[in-house]
Design a protein around this ligand. Structure first.
Ligand code: ATP
Ligand code: MG
Length: 394
């Protein structure tokens, strides 16, 4: 048995209203881009169908589709023309029944939907017909149960086609990328910021990355890790991304030399945020994204998050993981396969200068007082860091 298409479902509630058409065509374009020319994508009202040709690799297409934000789920389907005879529908149903047998699934039900109200046979009659045909032709192999079925033979009678299927695969959900503007993730190479990036992408944003680099403490392996993460995450976003690398060493050394040691991490973060905001403004990114999670580490107490956030002038900071348990984040990292990249050992620009007793409840007033010790050199170093920005197009 050969499936000939994937029937795509998307969350209709999320895209209700006047923007529906726009969302739909964005999603269709994203699918087309992701599949290149491996398959043909067609649309119906509320339905997107990916036709799997002779030459396309079905498993590969399935895998790619499961990465695309905005797709709530999909089914591999056998497609018949709307004018197919009941005999044709019946014999197609038998192909699915035989597939179920191969899988050891015997208790079934038939569920028919008929969005096309012009179709002359009503759904309950189709269901009865098809169930009876399967039972009759596969003697004693199947039983029907409406409630405790092991497989569901589904039939959808659409405007131009009839679809038969037995599998519903979950997609990653969310909204099509491109529906929410471009944002900039502060990417550290740890577990959290890649997950935060993925979750933001899944809400429709195009994500770019910024990371702070302090050679010789952060070496080639850290850079490689960042590039690998950005490249891997590109799969979900389906469009090119920029990785901005900013030198940070001079600023760190100045802070180390002049400021109260306990405030060091908080000050590093404040400056990262400021530099990130400048880069965002330069490229037109509309928000910053971080992997911060409330009280996970000393720099992420509510006081320190506030103190770090106060360094941002006007952009919103999106923190998708703010209330996540670490375990929840790890589950997502494993699912999206950033976990293996994130756990590769590499030195972070901040760990290289970790203070012995980082402040737990920092204040903006005290942070500003510490920063005052850096003037006027700091402004010069920030400008230099921006001037020496390295952009990697991925
Ligand atoms: P992650 O797992 O993302 O590294 P974390 O739990 O280790 O997060 P921190 O190291 O305190 O937390 O960092 C908090 C957030 O600050 C990170 O999620 C990231 O968004 C940002 N960040 C930290 N270090 C860097 C860096 N060197 N370059 C860019 N962003 C950074
Ligand atoms: Mg970290």
């Amino acid at each position: 048995m050969q499936y000939d298409a994937l029937l795509i479902r998307y969350d209709e509630i999320a895209i209700k209203g006047r923007n529906r058409g726009w969302f739909e065509s964005l999603l269709v374009n994203n699918i087309r881009k992701a599949l290149d020319s491996k398959a043909t994508v067609r649309t119906y009202r509320g339905r997107i169908v990916i036709e799997i040709g002779e030459k396309s690799n079905f498993e590969e297409v399935k895998k790619q589709v499961s990465f695309i934000p905005g797709i709530a789920g999909f089914s591999p389907v056998i497609r018949l023309p709307l004018d197919a005879s009941m005999e044709t529908i019946e014999s197609t149903a038998l192909l699915l029944a035989d597939r179920a047998l191969e899988l050891g699934l015997t208790v079934f039900r038939v569920s028919c939907t008929r969005p096309n109200k012009q179709y002359p046979v009503k759904s309950p009659d189709v269901q009865k017909n098809i169930a009876a045909h399967v039972l009759r032709n596969r003697d004693k192999m199947f039983t029907v149960s409406m409630k405790q079925f092991q497989w569901n033979l589904e039939i959808e009678i659409a405007n131009k086609d009839i679809f038969l299927f037995m599998e519903r695969v979950k997609g990653i959900g969310g909204l099509p990328v491109g529906s929410a503007g471009e944002v900039l993730t502060l990417l550290s190479g740890g577990l959290d910021s890649p997950v935060a990036s993925f979750l933001t992408m899944r809400r429709g944003a195009v994500v770019h990355y910024i990371s702070f680099y302090s050679p010789p403490f952060t070496g080639e392996e850290s850079m490689q890790k960042l590039e690998d993460l950005a490249l891997h995450l590109k799969k979900f976003q389906g469009r090119s991304t920029r990785l901005h690398i900013l030198p940070f060493m001079d600023i760190q050394l100045l802070i180390k030399e002049r400021c109260f040691e306990n405030y060091r991490t908080v000050l590093f973060r404040r400056l990262m945020f400021r530099l990130a905001e400048r880069i965002a403004d330069k490229y037109g990114y509309k928000a910053l994204v971080t992997g911060e999670s409330l009280s996970q580490v000393a720099s992420q107490t509510i006081e320190n998050i506030t103190c770090i956030n106060d360094a941002v002038d006007h952009l919103p900071v999106i923190r998708p993981l703010i209330t996540n348990e670490k375990n929840e984040t790890i589950v997502i990292a494993r699912n999206i396969e950033t976990y293996e990249i994130s756990i590769r050992p590499a030195v972070d620009s901040c760990t290289a200068f970790m203070p012995k007793n980082p402040v737990i409840r920092g204040t903006s007033a005290k942070a500003a007082q510490e920063e005052a010790k850096l003037h006027p050199l700091l402004e010069e170093l920030m400008t230099k860091s921006i001037e020496n920005e390295k952009v990697i197009n991925i």
